[in-house]
Design a protein around this ligand. Sequence first.
Ligand SMILES: NC(=O)c1ccc[n+]([C@@H]2O[C@H](COP(=O)([O-])OP(=O)(O)OC[C@H]3O[C@@H](n4cnc5c(N)ncnc54)[C@H](OP(=O)(O)O)[C@@H]3O)[C@@H](O)[C@H]2O)c1
Length: 357
Amino acid sequence: MASRRIWKISKAGSIDRLRLVEGDELPAPGPGEARVAVRSVGLNFADLFALQGLYSATPRGEFTPGLEFSGVIEELHELHPEAKSELRPGDRVMGAIRFGAYADRLNADTRYLRKIPAGWDFAEGAALPAQGLTAYYALRELGNLRPGQLVLIHSVAGGVGLLALEMVRKMGGLAIGTIGSPAKIPFLRESAGLDPAAIIVRDPRRFAAQLDGALQVLDRSGFDLVLDAVAGEYFQPAFDRLDAAGRLILFGSATMMTHASRPNYFTLAWRYLRRPRLDPIEMISENKSCMAFNLIWLWDKIEAMTRLYDEMLELDLAPPHVGRRFAFTDAHSALRFFQSGQSVGKVVLEIPESAQS
Ligand SMILES: NC(=O)c1ccc[n+]([C@@H]2O[C@H](COP(=O)([O-])OP(=O)(O)OC[C@H]3O[C@@H](n4cnc5c(N)ncnc54)[C@H](OP(=O)(O)O)[C@@H]3O)[C@@H](O)[C@H]2O)c1
């Protein structure tokens, strides 16, 4: 048994209900588990949806949010027989978990733990497992991206977006990215090396024309792949501009997010009624596809998920860009900032070694 601090919400519905609990008792790690002293927690947009009660995979009743973390192994019961990494107490690790990462100590399935690459700090480690797997699954497994292909990446300055941008380049593709605010342009130009012509500040009134303009500059007839977690009014113009055999991969709907602690059910209902719709019969003659996924429902597909995890690590990615670091105790400020849509790169909570409970 070990003591820990952990964020808990009694019931999904309002972010304000999230409370820090001191002295929570963590049982000893079970077979195949390791106890990790968490040093950084990666925020995911899904945390916001889960806290607001808008995420279908959210546990009923009390739960702790959080899908990815990094830290140091304190105790190892035994490695899971299918674990791919040789792990020992003292190792710096990063991991994915099906809820529960907002804690300064946790028991993790060793199949989803990997050593943090040399030279990365804990925050960078916490930025990779869930968001990286999302980008990789969309691009490689569903998108089947090939060298020379053109990809539209929505929210390209975000956690998933920047990782997807790097992966597209590593796979020999070319990317155009969208953002919601011009404030993100300098970072994309100077730090992410995106050409200004490949950056679109989404305008709902002329999004179709913005896409046409970007395609014209590149002398392309359409996109081979679209990574869309924004949806809403931006879905159809991008789908219409898929090239023959193009694929739109839908994995989120950020436009459904409001900026308050609770969801605005009137706005949600309005947006839901106006959600994108496709005619599958039309798709045959148009030679276009739409695929959708939520990685959390693939959590138990261990063989496939861990294979993709390792393939992704073989890409030898640069450390993810961590845009903002908050103290573990300041999760509310971190969530409010993340919810504003202004973040660039990853938002993390940090727990210095000296502050471990
Ligand atoms: N299906 C899955 O398995 C899966 C897994 C991970 C993530 N996701 C989805 O992928 C997307 C990116 O996730 P992430 O964690 O990396 O987040 P992120 O991209 O770092 O941040 C979310 C971004 O969404 C954009 N956005 C659009 N409308 C918004 C609104 N109304 N309020 C706030 N932000 C809005 C903002 O960027 P711009 O305005 O610049 O576009 C914001 O920065 C999210 O939609 C998430 O739900 C899905």
